[in-house]
Write a protein of this length. Structure first.
Length: 401
């Protein structure tokens, strides 16, 4: 499924500020190229950070790098990952230095073949909650990330994905702190009010919250009631402001955990172009009816089902209602999930597109996501060990990282 046209202000898009091209040249040969419609022996010439030419056939020209028959694919594009937060809080109550966490996150993604990431940060906090996981953090963290990116030490391309928590106390103030200079590419509408969407089954929410934070039964019931009260007081105006902010920043608008066709219809009316983790077959089917691309988590696919008891990603893939994979909370799962899709569909180019061309298109990044002349030379080299992909090299704009 092709991403629909996005009604955004392209002057505000994060790619509106050009990057200086690296002064590099390289020829990669003797590979199995995963093109958009086929897999073929061949190689790629890179120049100035972009793909200069693609050639088919075996053999290694003079001066070329011999890839020894490994697969060569576009670099992976990750639209939704909690991985940075995992580095910031490696254990409950442990706050890691931010610069070290950002650098470790960046290196891990490069080592998994991810060359473009939209780092997910929650906006919308609940200061009244006793657990500091609900505190404000996005604005200072985004500033630190941008400072490190500007220093030139990051390996891959970073954008922001603001997860707008509708059920919160401070969303409006936090959204107002971001502007066009912040490289906000995606804003998702997150509503974690208990009893609907991801947590229709309250027992699943109790298992998660009480297991993570050690809440007693009474603590958990108070937590649930507080969230429901917040949704009743703030939900509608928070949702409207998040939609308006996406338009103001030129960001793609995403929904999260749509469950019913009615919720999808509301998402479509808001201008949503990307559905993150719809929880039912009905919702995924409705997304396609409205021209909304469906993204599912690679962990769901690899584990054989959702840890929250929602729809199986494999079932949506077989039904033709899965367009994009996200690593979610396991970066190495992105490429592994694509190779599992290749077996389900018996179509490697289609599967690789779920982690390259399709997410790039959904995010409005027309300069990457495929092996084609003129596109960024963001590339990965891998081979298979039984059913597991083994990443061997990653290039970003023609530079091995």
């Amino acid at each position: 499924m092709q991403a629909p046209e996005r009604p955004v202000n392209l002057a505000l898009h994060p790619l509106a500020v050009p990057e200086s091209p690296p002064m590099t040249q390289a020829i990669l040969a003797n590979a199995r190229l995963i093109l958009e419609d086929r897999v073929t022996p061949g190689g790629i010439a890179c120049e100035g950070g972009r793909i200069a030419a693609i050639f088919e056939g075996e053999g290694v020209p003079d001066g070329a790098i011999d890839l020894q028959g490994d697969f060569l694919a576009p670099g992976l594009v990750e639209l939704h990952t909690d991985n940075l937060e995992r580095h910031l809080r490696p254990r409950p109550g442990v706050n890691w230095p931010h610069s070290s966490a950002i650098l470790a996150h960046d290196a891990e993604l490069a080592g998994c073949g991810i060359t473009t990431v939209f780092d997910a940060m929650r906006v919308g906090s609940i200061p009244s909650e006793r657990n500091d996981d609900y505190g404000k953090y996005a604005r200072p963290l985004a500033t630190e990330l941008e400072a490190i990116r500007a220093s030139g030490v990051l390996r891959i391309s970073h954008f922001l994905h603001l997860r707008a928590e509708i059920c919160s106390e401070t969303l409006l103030d936090e959204l107002a702190e971001f502007g066009p200079q912040d490289r906000v590419g995606i804003i998702s509408l997150m509503d974690h009010t208990p009893g609907q969407r991801q947590f229709r089954d309250i027992s699943k929410l109790a298992q998660y919250v009480q297991g993570k934070y050690g809440f007693s039964d009474a603590d958990f019931q108070a937590h649930v009631q507080n969230l429901r009260d917040l949704r009743a007081r703030n939900g509608d105006r928070h949702e409207a402001e998040a939609v308006a902010t996406a338009h103001r920043l030129g960001a793609v608008l995403a929904s999260h955990d749509d469950t019913t066709a009615g919720q999808v219809a509301i998402s479509a009316a808001h201008g949503v172009r990307l559905a993150e983790f719809p929880t039912t077959p009905e919702a995924a089917r409705a997304c396609h009816d409205h021209g909304i691309m469906v993204m599912m988590g690679a962990p769901n696919l690899i584990r054989g089902g959702s840890h929250s008891g929602n729809v199986s990603a494999a079932d949506l893939a077989r039904a033709g209602h899965l367009d994009i994979l996200s690593s979610d909370y396991v970066p190495a799962g992105l490429l592994a999930g694509a190779m599992l899709l290749a077996r389900i569909w018996d179509d490697l180019p289609r599967a690789i597109a779920t982690v390259t061309r399709n997410p790039a298109s959904a995010a409005g990044l027309a300069d990457r996501g495929a092996l084609a002349p003129g596109l960024r030379a963001d590339l990965i080299r891998f081979r298979m060990l039984d059913d597991a992909p083994v990443l061997r090299e990653t290039w970003v704009r023609g530079v091995r990282v």
